[in-house]
Design a protein around this ligand. Structure first.
Ligand code: MN
Length: 353
């Protein structure tokens, strides 16, 4: 399968590359790495996305060449004449946003490179593995099967950033010895200063974002004897702090870092309903839970959209937790108010006498 995909790319002259809405480090990093690699092989490449790149990734080589889809004649013509449409880091049409429909309907060979579960069926070929740490890891394998020397600095840097951001800086359970070999290869070939790269991506938080974090963490609740941690982002908090919703990326990991918490969730209020992100550790898988609300993702990191108010969404999501995760009952009593606890105590005491 990989060999067939490599020859398809070798034989292609015009390639359009797209990725998912609200792109993250793996999406943009993979897109740039593939684009820069293919340009190095003499191909004509167009990168076309629904949404802009996050501000902390704008420095990566080639980001300024990513076009936002506007359905203009040059874009439509490029897609119409493209030999390959490469879809990265998502496997469903509606996560591509506006360009998805046209790409799917085009005569280009649709090649999926991705590590999410349950791909849709409209791709002509796929290089995918759910156990892969990132789309970038799969791309490295493609480059390895083609020509490692094509991995120049402007390919190595976005691949490194993609893997770093999708693995929580190389600490998730899908980080293998093999992946560390890949990373070593990238650091050598790209002459990468890892500390500088890390700072470029992670040490650019705004004061508004940190103020928002403080408000969001003040909503922290632990359920089911401390195994589920939840926090909420209200529209009011966003307005009060002036932070953008993108700055909540990563907040959920703070909740997951609490000892004993196996599943962390962040509920974000929007105009039309509530967005929920699930994160979990190890064998506690959350993708089926997210799917039950029409969402999806990975076993340890998924998301969904629940129609209804924030409070409604929280109760809806938590009431089905036991179907997807084996959890202790939510009977710790830690959620009782002081008043209720005192009342219960008095009942117990009166029974004893
Ligand atoms: Mn990814």
């Amino acid at each position: 399968m990989l060999d067939a995909i490599v020859s398809a790319f070798k034989n292609a002259s015009r390639i359009v590359i797209t990725t998912h809405t609200r792109p993250d480090g793996d999406a943009i990093g993979s897109q740039l790495a593939l684009r820069n690699y293919l340009v190095g092989k003499g191909k004509e490449v167009l990168m076309l996305n629904q949404d802009p790149s996050p501000y902390n990734l704008e420095w990566m080589p080639g980001t300024e060449r990513i076009q936002l889809y506007d359905g203009s004649l040059p874009q439509v013509e490029f897609i119409a004449k493209a030999t390959i449409a490469a879809i990265l880091d998502t496997n469903v049409e509606n996560r591509l946003g506006a360009p998805g429909k046209q790409l799917r309907a085009s005569t280009a060979q649709k090649i999926l490179i991705d590590h999410h579960t349950d791909p849709e069926r409209w791709f002509d070929s796929m290089w995918r593995r759910e156990s892969a740490s990132s789309t970038a890891e799969l791309l490295f394998e493609l480059f390895e099967a083609w020509d490692l020397d094509g991995i120049t600095q402007d390919v190595a840097i976005p691949l490194y950033v993609a893997i770093m951001t999708d693995t929580g800086s190389f600490r998730f359970s899908n980080v293998t010895a093999r992946l560390h070999h890949i990373i070593a290869e990238l650091v050598e070939r790209g002459q990468i200063d890892t500390a500088v790269l890390h700072a470029e991506v992670y040490d650019k938080k705004s004061i508004e974002g940190i103020r928002l974090l403080s408000k969001v963490l003040s909503t922290l609740e632990l359920r089911n004897n401390g195994t589920i941690g939840i926090v909420m982002v209200t529209r009011r908090m966003l307005a009060d702090t002036g932070a953008s919703v993108e700055e909540t990326d990563g907040f959920v990991n703070t909740v997951l870092s609490i000892e004993g918490v196996r599943v962390a969730m962040i509920f974000t209020e929007t105009e039309r309903g509530t967005k929920v992100s699930f994160r979990s550790k190890g064998e506690d898988h959350v993708h089926k839970w997210a799917q039950s609300f029409g969402g999806g993702g990975h076993r340890n990191a998924s998301g969904a959209f629940i129609y209804g108010s924030l409070e409604n969404a929280v109760e809806k999501a938590l009431s089905s937790a036991h179907k997807f995760i084996s959890l202790p009952d939510d009977s710790s009593g830690s959620d009782l108010s002081d008043e209720d606890a005192a009342y219960l105590d008095s009942l117990m005491n009166s029974q004893n006498t």
